[in-house]
Design a binder for this molecule. Structure first.
Ligand SMILES: NC(=O)Nc1ccc2c(c1)=C(Cc1cc(-c3cccc(C(=O)NCCN4CCCCC4)c3)c[nH]1)C(=O)N=2
Length: 289
């Protein structure tokens, strides 16, 4: 089968701009299928020493096959750019909806939190830690189902099993408001780091803002490592209990960590009562009110 190339696609509107990439909608000329093509400028990637991150993104996405994770269909290049042909999630970023609606009700929060947790459980089962989960990286498709994206800063655990130092040493830190205390203090992410981010996202869906937000990045980091946050009046007690069990400074004490019964124990929290984890991706999304 001939490898796809730029000429096989009709490019449309820009869907998003990253620091090293632009995402553009594109239609496959042979079958009319719509995709989102992530275009990376080769010169920029080499100059900014990001080649490793591009390979991590390709290697992690190639391992993934889950309804809650953006799928990589093809990759190709031309003299100036690399192209990743990915799922087009028509409804864009979860962040847009949080800004538009202000906050989600408990039922919608439970639904989206369970889809995000299902995607986290799967990527961890594949030995991948996302490390930068945030509402901008959680996309919504035409059925308003979750599609997690942006694995450029993910960590592949098996690579670390060989004791490859650079990942431990690497200075990657996620986005300030969602970064875990262990990543700030020891520069070492673990699976529990994604559960910390989930706690921040659940808090934000209900409160309409993230739990840790300082006037600058440094102040945000200080609030995180000192666990300085509080719940607004009216925050549902069941959600408060879950968030308090996820926003725990010690990663091995966090709900979801292996020492605390693993992800099964987290899925069994009463916040997720009524969620049918096996039918999660077949169910229609609740209307966002
Ligand atoms: N860093 C990354 O990997 N980024 C990626 C990767 C894959 C990918 C990706 C980003 C996508 C981004 C994206 C962005 C958008 C989008 C951008 C701007 C506007 C809209 C939009 O308005 N959609 C219609 C629905 N709106 C949503 C907001 C409320 C009003 C109604 C969608 C749709 N999809 C995508 O579809 N697929």
């Amino acid at each position: 089968v001939r490898k796809k190339g730029v000429k096989d696609f009709e490019f449309g509107k820009t869907l998003g701009e990253g620091s090293y990439s632009t995402v553009v909608s594109a239609r496959d000329r042979s079958n009319g299928r719509e995709y989102a093509v992530k275009i990376l400028d080769k010169k920029h990637i080499i100059k900014e020493k990001k080649v490793k991150y591009v390979n991590i993104e390709k290697n992690t996405l190639n391992k993934m096959n889950h309804p809650g994770i953006v799928r990589l269909y093809y990759t190709f290049q031309d003299p100036d750019s690399l192209y990743f042909v990915l799922d087009h999630a028509k409804n864009g970023e979860l962040l847009t909806f949080i800004k538009k609606l202000g906050s989600f009700d408990l039922n919608c929060t439970q639904y989206y939190a369970s889809q995000i947790l299902s995607a986290i459980e799967y990527m961890h089962s594949q030995g991948v830690i996302h490390r930068d989960l945030k509402p901008e990286n959680i996309l919504l498709d035409d059925k308003m189902h979750v599609k997690v994206t942006d694995f450029g800063t993910a960590k592949i655990l098996e690579q670390n099993a060989d004791g490859e130092e650079d990942d431990r040493a690497n200075s990657f830190v996620g986005t300030a408001e969602y970064v875990s205390p262990e990543l700030l203090k020891e520069k070492a992410a673990c699976k529990s780091s994604d559960f910390w981010a989930l706690g921040c996202i659940i808090y934000q869906l209900i409160a309409g803002r993230p739990p840790f937000k300082g006037t600058n990045e440094y102040r945000t980091f200080q609030r995180i490592v000192n666990l300085e946050y509080s719940f607004p009046d009216g925050f549902p007690p069941i959600a408060k209990d879950l968030v308090q069990k996820l926003l725990v400074l010690n990663p091995s004490e966090r709900l979801g960590s292996a020492g605390k019964g693993g992800v099964e124990r987290l899925k069994a929290h009463s916040f997720f009562q009524g969620i049918d984890w096996d039918a999660l991706w077949q169910q229609p999304a609740p209307r966002l009110l």
